[in-house]
Design a protein around this ligand. Structure first.
Ligand code: SPV
Ligand code: MG
Length: 431
C-alpha cells in the first residue's frame, strides 16, 4: 500500500487539518509527522501543549495510521526514513517563506518517484477564531511568564531582540525569515532601558520611572505573545525592587536583569569614560535575595548582571561576583563587555561554565558583534540579547527623511524609501 505523509505543528485540530487527513487518505496509509518542540519554535507559534500531548492528539484522529516525530523543519531525515509516496500539505507553502521548504521536499521525493500534493488551505471564520484564541492564550501572563524557562530547555540559545513600543514589539513578534532552507525568528523581547529612555528623548540614567517602564511593557504585551526579559537597571532600592518583582510577575514578564551598580547609573557602553560605581558583593547579593523572597511564581527569573569587565575590575572579580550572586539566588548571570573583541566574554563564559554547568549565561553583543550565536552557544551562553539595533537603525532612517523633506521642500524625493501607504495601514491586525 502507498503511503501519504503530512507534518503537523498544531495544538488544536480544526476542519483544515481534518481536510488534510481526508485528502491524504485518498492516496494511501496516512502517516503524520509531529514537529518536535525544538523545530516548532523556530517555525511557528510557541506550542501551548507538550510534544507528547500533540502526538496523542494526532493519533486519536480518524484515518491516521501512524504518528512519528519530525525533529527538523527540513524533511530530509523523515523522508529518507519513511520514503512516502506522497507528501501532503496545505497550499499555503506554495508561496512565502515556506516555499523553499516545499521545493526542497519536492526535490527529495521526486528522486524516487514520489509526489507533493498541495491541498487548498482552509481559512474559514471558525479557523480564524481558533488561531486568535490560541494567540490570546499565548499572550496571557501565566502562559507567557513561564515561556523563557521552557525555551531554555528547548533551544541551545534563546534569541531576544529589543522592543520599546507596540510597533517594535510587533516586529520582534512577526519577523520570520527563510535562511539556509529553514525558517527562523526571535524567541523573546528585551525591554532595554536605553531604548525605552531614548524613545522618550531621555537619558538612560533611571530617569524614566518604573510606572512609565511598566506602561511600555503593557503597550507591548497588548499586541504580542513572545516572552519578555526586562532591563531593570540597578533594581533601585531593595525596598522598591521587591515591589517591582511582584509587578513584573503580574504583567507576565519572564525575567528581570539587574546590574551590580549603585548611585547614578549610566549606560554601560560609556564604560570608564563616566563615573559609575559598582555595588559591593554583599549589597547586591542582598538585593537578589530580597527579590527572590518576594517572588510568588516559580516561573519568574532574576538574573544578575555583572559590570566588572565594563568597569575594568578584572576577570577574577567578575567570576567571584558570579559565584556570590548565584549563591544569593540569581537564576542566571549576565556578563557584559564593551570591547570589540569577544575574547574576555569567551574567557568568562569558559571559566564560569567549568565550575557551573547549569546557571544560564546571558550576553549582549553590541560591541563584540562579530561572534555568532552558534559560537556563543559553544561557550555555554544560553541567551543572546540584541539590545538596541532596532532603535539604532530607525533613528538614522527617520533623521535622513526629515532632512531630505526640508531640503527639497516636498516629500517626493524620499518616497522610494518609505513603506507604501497601503502597507502601513494594514500593518496592524484588526480584530
Ligand atoms: C540596555 O539595552 O539598556 C542595556 C544593555 O542595558 S547596554 O546598553 O549594552 O548596557
Ligand atoms: Mg540598560
Amino acid at each position: 500500500m502507498k503511503t501519504a505523509y503530512t507534518c503537523f505543528c498544531t495544538d488544536v485540530i480544526h476542519e483544515g487539518h481534518l481536510n488534510i487527513v481526508n485528502e491524504a487518505k485518498k492516496y494511501g496509509r496516512v502517516i503524520i509527522g509531529a514537529l518536535s518542540d525544538k523545530a516548532l519554535i523556530r517555525y511557528n507559534k510557541f506550542p501551548t501543549v507538550s510534544q507528547e500531548e500533540r502526538v496523542k492528539l494526532y493519533r486519536s484522529l480518524d484515518g491516521v495510521d501512524e504518528v512519528v516525530i519530525q525533529d527538523d523543519m527540513l524533511y530530509d531525515d523523515v523522508i529518507s526514513l519513511i520514503k512516502p509516496d506522497f507528501v501532503v500539505h496545505g497550499d499555503n507553502w506554495v508561496t512565502g517563506p515556506e516555499k523553499t521548504i516545499r521545493n526542497h521536499v519536492e526535490e527529495l521525493v521526486k528522486a524516487y518517484g514520489g509526489q507533493v500534493i498541495d491541498v487548498p488551505y482552509t481559512y474559514t471564520e471558525k479557523v480564524r477564531k481558533i488561531d486568535l484564541q490560541l494567540r490570546e492564550k499565548l499572550a496571557m501572563p501565566e502562559y507567557r511568564r513561564k515561556r523563557l524557562r521552557d525555551l531554555l530547555k528547548m533551544t541551545p540559545i534563546v534569541k531576544a531582540m529589543e522592543a520599546h513600543s507596540g510597533l517594535t514589539g510587533l516586529i520582534v513578534e512577526k519577523t520570520v525569515v527563510e535562511c539556509d532552507g529553514k525558517l527562523d525568528q526571535f524567541d523573546a523581547m528585551w525591554i532595554s532601558s536605553l531604548c525605552d529612555s531614548t524613545a522618550k528623548g531621555k537619558p538612560d540614567i533611571e530617569l524614566v520611572d518604573m510606572t512609565s517602564r511598566f506602561r511600555t511593557i503593557e503597550d507591548i504585551t497588548e499586541v504580542t505573545t513572545k516572552p519578555i526579559i526586562f532591563d531593570g537597571d540597578t533594581g533601585g532600592l531593595t525596598e522598591h525592587f521587591v515591589y517591582t518583582v511582584r509587578t513584573l510577575e503580574r504583567l507576565g514578564v519572564s525575567a528581570v536583569i539587574i546590574e551590580d551598580k549603585k548611585g547614578l547609573k549610566k549606560n554601560s557602553l560609556f564604560g570608564t569614560d563616566v563615573e559609575q560605581t559598582q555595588a559591593s558583593i554583599e549589597e547586591f547579593s542582598a538585593k537578589i535575595s530580597a527579590g527572590k523572597k518576594a517572588q510568588l511564581t516559580d516561573d519568574f527569573m532574576i538574573i544578575a548582571r555583572i559590570e566588572s569587565l565594563i568597569l575594568e575590575k578584572g576577570m577574577e572579580d567578575a567570576l567571584e561576583r558570579a559565584r556570590a550572586f548565584v549563591s544569593a539566588g540569581a537564576d542566571g548571570i549576565m556578563i557584559h563587555s564593551r570591547k570589540k573583541d569577544p575574547a574576555e566574554i569567551i574567557e568568562f563564559c569558559d571559566k564560569f561554565r567549568a565550575e557551573n554547568k547549569t546557571t544560564p549565561i546571558v550576553v549582549v553583543p553590541s560591541s563584540f558583534n562579530t561572534i555568532t550565536e552558534n559560537e556563543l552557544a559553544e561557550h555555554g551562553v544560553n541567551i543572546v540579547i540584541y539590545a538596541n539595533q532596532l532603535t539604532r537603525s530607525a533613528f538614522p532612517a527617520m533623521q535622513k527623511t526629515a532632512e531630505d523633506i526640508l531640503k527639497y521642500h516636498r516629500a517626493k524625493e524620499v518616497d522610494d524609501r518609505l513603506m507604501p501607504i497601503n502597507q502601513i495601514i494594514t500593518l496592524i491586525d484588526e480584530i
